[in-house]
Design a protein around this ligand. Structure first.
Ligand code: DX5
Ligand code: ZN
Length: 216
């Protein structure tokens, strides 16, 4: 649906010492989903948070949790992440040998599955999973850290996924993540993205309401 236009602040860039206040502030500022980055130090070269912190985020929030798993063998942890309140769980196609099984598990447990591509990942590697998911996430930086530069060459993939969704699933969420700000959001939208993750562009802006408004 082309009128979907959602902003998902990435909590990775927030002040973790004031997590509940940060969540309330972005919710009041018009955030649609909260994007939660889970990293294991293996699949990506960084470590973040696990299920207990996600449980705390859930308690402090009113909007859906969009959980982005950057971990190896996600199937091992899916049940726990859903149990603590993940509404959406997105996995990387390279993170498991059984992508199909992992996506099925997410749905059976009651959450919405998503599949994601790194900048290096080709469409051929993920296309077969599009019909099993509610969301396709196209990374516009190498996953692992906030505050990196947007990779415009990834827009070709966004256009391809958009074309697929027009034929097969008009309700598909097409999400971009990495370096999205008021300057780069336009090309994402034009290419067909309808969910915009932003970390630094919101949390380092000094004015969340204005930042979210300018993204929308
Ligand atoms: C990167 C994460 C992103 C990150 C985006 O691996 O997946 O969600 O927080 O941060 P910005 O918007 O600052 O690039
Ligand atoms: Zn992310």
């Amino acid at each position: 649906v082309s009128d979907i236009n959602l902003v998902a602040p990435s909590l990775l860039s927030c002040d973790f010492a004031h997590l509940a206040e940060e969540i309330k502030a972005v919710e009041d500022a018009g955030a649609d989903w909260l994007h939660v980055d889970i990293m294991d130090g293996h699949f990506v070269d960084n470590l973040t948070i696990g299920p207990p912190v996600v449980a705390s985020i859930k308690k402090a929030s009113k909007i859906p949790l969009d959980v982005h798993l950057m971990i190896e063998n996600p199937e091992k942890y899916i049940a726990e992440f859903v149990k603590v309140g993940s509404d959406r769980v997105t996995i990387h196609v390279e993170s498991t040998k059984d992508v199909r099984g992992a996506l099925k598990k997410i749905r059976e447990l009651g959450a919405k599955p998503g599949i994601t591509l790194r900048p290096k990942t080709s469409l051929d590697e993920v296309q077969e999973f599009f019909s099993l998911v509610d969301l396709v996430l196209i990374m516009t930086v190498n996953p692992g850290f906030g505050g990196q530069s947007f990779m415009p060459e990834q827009m070709e993939k966004v256009r391809h996924v958009k074309a697929w969704s027009q034929k097969n699933n008009s309700k598909l969420f097409i999400e971009v993540d990495g370096g999205v700000n008021s300057k780069t959001v336009g090309v994402c939208r034009e290419a067909g993205a309808n969910v915009f993750v932003a970390g630094n562009a919101i949390f380092k802006s000094g004015n969340y309401q204005q930042a979210i408004k300018s993204l929308k």
